[in-house]
Write a protein that binds this ligand. Structure first.
Ligand code: ZN
Length: 303
């Protein structure tokens, strides 16, 4: 058992807003490298309207490719869905989990999903029983959990209220996401503690962007507060097409270095991650924002 589970989000959150468009084969190559490095869960595709997110138009093919990789029984493939229609597309593939999204702020919900927060919660409540009936684990990400690009501060009470409604739907895991990278560790501690009052037995997960260079400190704060599932993206790529100026996710290799050097077992091979990140940079045609991929691990050869 590892101390903390890392969910690799580069194939979806990482690539969906990238100026480069990777082929299906390249996306599957990315998933393959991530899983071979020891990551066990990967968000591989988004079953949203391809007109809105053209980068994800090959979702079915990416899942099929990822599901054919060796070690299938050890891997959990995640597809992002926003509603029942998206769920039905995802359920026709080999995904093991569906991740739904509910914003904590109405303005973001309207721009990102074209619906209110309440309607998004209703979508989750509709999808959860369908997913459970088909043996697909339903999880939900609460976006703008630390701040909204349109409304500014998101009150803690507001976040807790949304999380409480989601926990009541029977979802298996709730992620709190700093979509626009505004959080600092004090926010993380306060919000994790507050949200815990509403989650009951539902597993908590955290998702950080390094927009203001606080992403890694936030991830460590979440871990120290007892969060045992963290999202990250190889190379630190990523953004959100509906969140202005949202820059990359925290980089998987930088996060693994930070955690492993802190004595936290991730089960992931750092050298393999660095090689995967270098490969990803070559596919994108530019170096990725991560630092550990440039500097290497320490001591050399250790991971
Ligand atoms: Zn994100």
């Amino acid at each position: 058992m590892v101390d903390v589970q890392i969910v690799e989000v580069s194939p979806r959150d990482g690539l969906q807003n990238d100026p480069a468009t990777l082929t299906t084969e390249q996306k599957v190559g990315l998933v393959q490298r991530a899983l071979a490095a020891g990551l066990r869960r990967a968000e591989v595709a988004s079953f949203v309207n391809p007109k809105r997110v053209p980068q994800m138009a090959d979702a079915e093919d990416v899942v099929a490719g990822a599901a054919a990789l060796p070690g299938r029984d050890d891997h959990s493939l995640i597809g992002l869905v926003l509603n029942v229609r998206g769920f039905e597309r995802a359920a026709a593939t080999a995904v093991d989990e569906v991740n739904l999204v509910v914003a904590a702020s109405d303005s973001f919900a309207q721009r990102n999903q074209g619906m209110s927060v309440q309607d998004a919660v209703r979508s989750v409540a509709e999808v959860v029983p369908l997913a459970l009936a088909q043996g697909i684990a339903p999880t939900v990400t609460v976006s703008t959990a630390f701040g909204c690009p349109f409304e500014g501060e998101v009150p803690v009470d507001r976040l807790v209220a949304v999380v409480a409604e989601l926990a009541a739907t029977g979802v298996e895991e709730i992620a709190i996401a700093d979509t626009i990278g505004v959080a600092v560790p004090a926010d993380v501690r306060a919000r994790v503690r507050a949200v815990r009052t509403a989650t009951g037995d539902v597993r908590l997960r955290a998702h950080f962007h390094n927009t203001r260079n606080t992403g890694y400190a936030n991830a460590l704060a979440a871990y120290e507060e007892g969060v045992r599932v963290l999202d990250s993206s190889l190379g630190g790529i990523g953004g959100c097409p509906f969140a202005p100026r949202a820059t990359g996710n925290i980089a998987t290799e930088d996060l693994v270095y930070l955690l492993e050097r802190s004595g936290v077992d991730t089960g992931v091979d750092l050298d393999a991650l660095i090689a995967a990140s270098d490969w990803l940079g070559e596919q994108l045609g530019r170096p990725t924002p991560s630092l550990v991929s440039k500097a290497g691990g320490f001591p050399r050869g250790a991971d």
